[in-house]
Design a binder for this molecule. Structure first.
Ligand SMILES: [Zn+2]
Length: 289
Protein backbone atom coordinates (compact mmCIF):
# COMPACT_ATOMS: atom_id res chain seq x y z
CA UNK A 1 0.00 0.00 0.00
CA UNK A 2 2.77 2.37 0.99
CA UNK A 3 4.69 1.53 -2.19
CA UNK A 4 1.61 2.08 -4.27
CA UNK A 5 1.00 5.52 -2.70
CA UNK A 6 4.63 6.42 -3.20
CA UNK A 7 4.41 5.43 -6.85
CA UNK A 8 1.37 7.63 -7.38
CA UNK A 9 2.99 10.57 -5.62
CA UNK A 10 6.12 10.24 -7.76
CA UNK A 11 4.03 10.06 -10.91
CA UNK A 12 2.01 13.11 -9.98
CA UNK A 13 5.18 14.99 -9.10
CA UNK A 14 6.95 14.23 -12.39
CA UNK A 15 3.72 14.48 -14.37
CA UNK A 16 3.22 18.03 -13.12
CA UNK A 17 6.81 18.83 -13.87
CA UNK A 18 6.34 17.56 -17.39
CA UNK A 19 3.30 19.72 -18.13
CA UNK A 20 5.07 22.70 -16.59
CA UNK A 21 8.20 21.97 -18.59
CA UNK A 22 6.34 21.70 -21.89
CA UNK A 23 4.90 25.15 -21.42
CA UNK A 24 8.22 26.45 -20.16
CA UNK A 25 10.23 25.18 -23.12
CA UNK A 26 7.71 26.42 -25.68
CA UNK A 27 7.71 29.91 -24.14
CA UNK A 28 11.48 29.76 -23.89
CA UNK A 29 11.92 28.99 -27.58
CA UNK A 30 9.34 31.45 -28.84
CA UNK A 31 10.93 34.22 -26.79
CA UNK A 32 14.37 33.32 -28.16
CA UNK A 33 13.29 33.34 -31.84
CA UNK A 34 15.09 30.21 -32.81
CA UNK A 35 14.12 30.25 -36.47
CA UNK A 36 17.19 31.83 -38.04
CA UNK A 37 19.83 29.91 -36.12
CA UNK A 38 22.54 27.82 -37.72
CA UNK A 39 22.49 24.10 -38.07
CA UNK A 40 25.30 21.94 -36.80
CA UNK A 41 25.76 19.69 -39.82
CA UNK A 42 27.80 19.21 -42.97
CA UNK A 43 31.33 20.55 -43.24
CA UNK A 44 32.29 22.78 -40.35
CA UNK A 45 35.68 24.33 -39.95
CA UNK A 46 36.90 24.96 -36.41
CA UNK A 47 39.93 27.23 -36.34
CA UNK A 48 41.64 27.45 -32.96
CA UNK A 49 44.07 30.10 -31.81
CA UNK A 50 46.08 30.02 -28.59
CA UNK A 51 46.57 33.47 -27.11
CA UNK A 52 48.79 34.67 -24.28
CA UNK A 53 46.36 37.20 -22.87
CA UNK A 54 48.24 37.93 -19.63
CA UNK A 55 51.79 37.62 -18.35
CA UNK A 56 51.23 35.34 -15.39
CA UNK A 57 50.03 32.18 -17.14
CA UNK A 58 51.33 31.59 -20.62
CA UNK A 59 50.84 28.65 -22.97
CA UNK A 60 53.50 25.96 -22.89
CA UNK A 61 53.71 22.84 -25.05
CA UNK A 62 52.11 20.58 -22.39
CA UNK A 63 49.08 22.83 -21.93
CA UNK A 64 48.68 23.16 -25.72
CA UNK A 65 48.86 19.37 -26.11
CA UNK A 66 46.25 18.79 -23.36
CA UNK A 67 43.91 21.38 -24.84
CA UNK A 68 44.33 20.00 -28.37
CA UNK A 69 43.36 16.56 -27.03
CA UNK A 70 40.27 18.08 -25.38
CA UNK A 71 39.26 19.81 -28.64
CA UNK A 72 39.55 16.51 -30.48
CA UNK A 73 37.45 14.72 -27.84
CA UNK A 74 34.76 17.42 -27.98
CA UNK A 75 34.58 17.27 -31.79
CA UNK A 76 34.38 13.47 -31.81
CA UNK A 77 31.69 13.49 -29.14
CA UNK A 78 29.58 15.90 -31.23
CA UNK A 79 30.14 13.83 -34.39
CA UNK A 80 28.96 10.71 -32.54
CA UNK A 81 25.84 12.50 -31.27
CA UNK A 82 25.10 13.65 -34.86
CA UNK A 83 25.58 10.08 -36.11
CA UNK A 84 22.87 8.95 -33.65
CA UNK A 85 20.51 11.22 -35.58
CA UNK A 86 21.94 10.07 -38.95
CA UNK A 87 23.16 13.62 -39.50
CA UNK A 88 26.37 14.04 -41.40
CA UNK A 89 28.80 16.22 -39.51
CA UNK A 90 32.46 16.76 -40.30
CA UNK A 91 34.28 19.10 -38.00
CA UNK A 92 37.65 19.86 -39.45
CA UNK A 93 39.83 21.30 -36.76
CA UNK A 94 42.78 23.48 -37.60
CA UNK A 95 45.10 25.12 -35.13
CA UNK A 96 46.90 28.35 -35.96
CA UNK A 97 50.44 27.14 -36.67
CA UNK A 98 53.74 28.18 -38.10
CA UNK A 99 56.24 25.61 -39.38
CA UNK A 100 54.09 22.79 -38.05
CA UNK A 101 53.92 24.11 -34.47
CA UNK A 102 51.09 25.92 -32.71
CA UNK A 103 51.84 29.60 -32.95
CA UNK A 104 50.83 31.40 -29.77
CA UNK A 105 49.67 34.97 -30.33
CA UNK A 106 50.61 37.63 -27.78
CA UNK A 107 47.67 39.91 -27.17
CA UNK A 108 46.77 41.22 -23.74
CA UNK A 109 43.15 41.24 -22.69
CA UNK A 110 41.82 43.31 -19.78
CA UNK A 111 41.54 41.18 -16.65
CA UNK A 112 37.77 41.20 -16.29
CA UNK A 113 36.70 41.82 -19.89
CA UNK A 114 35.00 38.44 -20.46
CA UNK A 115 33.58 38.48 -16.93
CA UNK A 116 32.03 41.91 -17.50
CA UNK A 117 30.31 40.66 -20.65
CA UNK A 118 29.07 37.37 -19.24
CA UNK A 119 28.10 38.51 -15.74
CA UNK A 120 27.35 42.25 -15.92
CA UNK A 121 24.59 43.99 -17.75
CA UNK A 122 26.49 47.13 -18.65
CA UNK A 123 29.16 45.61 -20.81
CA UNK A 124 29.29 47.83 -23.90
CA UNK A 125 32.78 49.05 -23.08
CA UNK A 126 34.00 45.48 -22.55
CA UNK A 127 32.34 44.33 -25.76
CA UNK A 128 34.16 47.06 -27.69
CA UNK A 129 37.39 46.04 -25.99
CA UNK A 130 36.81 42.42 -26.98
CA UNK A 131 35.95 43.39 -30.58
CA UNK A 132 39.21 45.24 -30.89
CA UNK A 133 41.12 42.33 -29.24
CA UNK A 134 39.73 39.73 -31.68
CA UNK A 135 40.19 42.06 -34.66
CA UNK A 136 43.82 42.71 -33.68
CA UNK A 137 44.49 38.95 -33.47
CA UNK A 138 42.81 38.34 -36.84
CA UNK A 139 44.81 41.25 -38.30
CA UNK A 140 48.10 39.72 -37.08
CA UNK A 141 47.17 36.36 -38.60
CA UNK A 142 46.13 37.97 -41.89
CA UNK A 143 49.28 40.08 -42.18
CA UNK A 144 51.36 36.98 -41.41
CA UNK A 145 49.65 35.08 -44.24
CA UNK A 146 49.19 37.91 -46.71
CA UNK A 147 51.42 40.96 -46.02
CA UNK A 148 49.28 43.12 -48.32
CA UNK A 149 46.51 42.88 -45.69
CA UNK A 150 48.47 45.50 -43.73
CA UNK A 151 46.78 48.20 -45.79
CA UNK A 152 43.32 47.02 -44.81
CA UNK A 153 41.10 48.22 -41.99
CA UNK A 154 41.87 46.56 -38.67
CA UNK A 155 38.24 46.68 -37.58
CA UNK A 156 37.22 44.38 -40.47
CA UNK A 157 40.00 41.84 -39.97
CA UNK A 158 37.89 39.23 -38.22
CA UNK A 159 35.26 39.18 -40.96
CA UNK A 160 37.93 39.09 -43.66
CA UNK A 161 39.81 36.28 -41.94
CA UNK A 162 36.61 34.29 -41.49
CA UNK A 163 35.62 34.76 -45.15
CA UNK A 164 39.05 33.66 -46.34
CA UNK A 165 38.87 30.49 -44.24
CA UNK A 166 35.40 29.80 -45.60
CA UNK A 167 36.48 30.21 -49.24
CA UNK A 168 39.64 28.15 -48.80
CA UNK A 169 37.88 25.29 -47.09
CA UNK A 170 34.50 25.11 -48.78
CA UNK A 171 33.02 24.83 -45.32
CA UNK A 172 29.39 25.68 -44.71
CA UNK A 173 30.40 27.48 -41.60
CA UNK A 174 33.68 28.54 -40.02
CA UNK A 175 33.94 29.06 -36.29
CA UNK A 176 36.84 30.54 -34.41
CA UNK A 177 37.90 29.61 -30.92
CA UNK A 178 40.39 31.65 -28.96
CA UNK A 179 41.98 29.81 -26.06
CA UNK A 180 43.33 31.94 -23.24
CA UNK A 181 44.76 30.63 -19.98
CA UNK A 182 43.53 31.74 -16.62
CA UNK A 183 45.98 33.46 -14.33
CA UNK A 184 45.28 37.09 -13.86
CA UNK A 185 42.21 36.60 -16.09
CA UNK A 186 38.86 35.34 -14.85
CA UNK A 187 37.79 31.85 -15.88
CA UNK A 188 34.61 32.68 -17.79
CA UNK A 189 34.15 31.37 -21.29
CA UNK A 190 32.04 33.15 -23.82
CA UNK A 191 30.42 32.55 -27.19
CA UNK A 192 29.84 35.63 -29.30
CA UNK A 193 26.95 35.23 -31.69
CA UNK A 194 26.05 37.94 -34.12
CA UNK A 195 22.60 37.70 -35.64
CA UNK A 196 23.24 40.29 -38.33
CA UNK A 197 26.51 38.93 -39.56
CA UNK A 198 26.99 35.21 -39.12
CA UNK A 199 30.64 35.54 -40.07
CA UNK A 200 31.52 37.18 -36.82
CA UNK A 201 30.88 34.25 -34.56
CA UNK A 202 33.57 33.07 -32.24
CA UNK A 203 34.15 31.69 -28.77
CA UNK A 204 36.66 32.51 -26.10
CA UNK A 205 37.59 29.67 -23.82
CA UNK A 206 39.25 31.02 -20.71
CA UNK A 207 40.98 28.79 -18.21
CA UNK A 208 39.04 25.61 -18.91
CA UNK A 209 40.38 22.98 -21.20
CA UNK A 210 37.71 20.41 -20.38
CA UNK A 211 36.11 18.77 -23.42
CA UNK A 212 32.64 19.49 -21.96
CA UNK A 213 33.32 23.26 -21.92
CA UNK A 214 34.60 23.18 -25.50
CA UNK A 215 31.54 21.21 -26.71
CA UNK A 216 29.24 23.58 -24.75
CA UNK A 217 30.71 26.72 -26.35
CA UNK A 218 30.75 25.17 -29.82
CA UNK A 219 27.07 24.30 -29.44
CA UNK A 220 26.33 27.93 -28.51
CA UNK A 221 27.77 28.99 -31.86
CA UNK A 222 25.18 26.80 -33.57
CA UNK A 223 22.17 28.07 -31.65
CA UNK A 224 22.16 26.16 -28.33
CA UNK A 225 21.20 28.16 -25.25
CA UNK A 226 22.45 27.92 -21.71
CA UNK A 227 20.04 25.79 -19.70
CA UNK A 228 21.63 26.04 -16.27
CA UNK A 229 19.77 27.71 -13.47
CA UNK A 230 22.01 30.75 -12.98
CA UNK A 231 21.93 31.67 -16.67
CA UNK A 232 18.17 31.27 -16.99
CA UNK A 233 17.45 33.10 -13.75
CA UNK A 234 19.06 36.23 -15.14
CA UNK A 235 16.18 36.63 -17.58
CA UNK A 236 12.54 37.29 -16.68
CA UNK A 237 11.92 33.69 -15.71
CA UNK A 238 12.07 32.93 -12.03
CA UNK A 239 14.63 30.69 -10.39
CA UNK A 240 11.86 28.17 -9.72
CA UNK A 241 11.08 27.85 -13.42
CA UNK A 242 14.73 27.52 -14.30
CA UNK A 243 15.36 24.82 -11.74
CA UNK A 244 12.81 22.60 -13.52
CA UNK A 245 15.14 22.31 -16.46
CA UNK A 246 18.01 21.27 -14.21
CA UNK A 247 15.77 18.66 -12.60
CA UNK A 248 14.63 17.28 -15.95
CA UNK A 249 17.95 17.45 -17.75
CA UNK A 250 20.70 16.78 -15.21
CA UNK A 251 23.09 15.37 -17.83
CA UNK A 252 22.51 17.92 -20.55
CA UNK A 253 25.77 19.53 -21.72
CA UNK A 254 24.14 22.99 -21.78
CA UNK A 255 23.25 22.50 -18.09
CA UNK A 256 26.42 20.95 -16.78
CA UNK A 257 30.04 21.23 -17.90
CA UNK A 258 31.62 20.03 -14.67
CA UNK A 259 31.08 16.35 -15.46
CA UNK A 260 33.05 14.15 -17.82
CA UNK A 261 31.79 14.76 -21.36
CA UNK A 262 31.15 11.05 -21.96
CA UNK A 263 28.63 11.03 -19.11
CA UNK A 264 26.72 13.97 -20.62
CA UNK A 265 24.10 14.06 -23.35
CA UNK A 266 22.27 16.36 -25.74
CA UNK A 267 18.63 16.68 -24.77
CA UNK A 268 15.83 17.14 -27.32
CA UNK A 269 15.86 20.83 -26.32
CA UNK A 270 19.41 21.33 -27.58
CA UNK A 271 18.93 18.98 -30.55
CA UNK A 272 16.05 21.20 -31.62
CA UNK A 273 18.03 24.40 -31.02
CA UNK A 274 20.95 23.29 -33.25
CA UNK A 275 18.62 22.21 -36.03
CA UNK A 276 18.84 18.43 -35.58
CA UNK A 277 15.13 18.12 -34.78
CA UNK A 278 12.52 19.91 -36.83
CA UNK A 279 10.13 20.13 -33.90
CA UNK A 280 10.60 20.50 -30.18
CA UNK A 281 9.28 17.22 -28.88
CA UNK A 282 9.09 17.73 -25.16
CA UNK A 283 7.12 14.53 -24.51
CA UNK A 284 10.38 12.64 -24.30
CA UNK A 285 11.78 14.89 -21.60
CA UNK A 286 11.27 12.39 -18.84
CA UNK A 287 13.56 12.61 -15.84
CA UNK A 288 16.68 10.49 -16.08
CA UNK A 289 16.17 8.82 -12.70
ZN1 LIG B 1 27.06 28.70 -21.96
Amino acid sequence: MFMKSLFIIINIFFGMHLVYAQEYFLNFFFSHQKTNRGQLSGNVKLYTVFVNACDCNIWDSIAIKETSDSIRLACNWLKNRAAEEKIELNIEQQCHTKNGKALVIQKKLAKDCVYQITEMRNSKKSQRMLDSWTNDIAYNIEVDNQPESMKMKKSESLIRFNNRLKENNEAKKVVLMFFVRSGCLTDNSLAVISYENVNEEYAIIAGHTRPAVIAHELLHLFGADDLYKEALSKTKETKKDASIIETLLPHEVMVNTEKDLNSLMLSPVTRYAIGWHKYLIVDCLYPEE
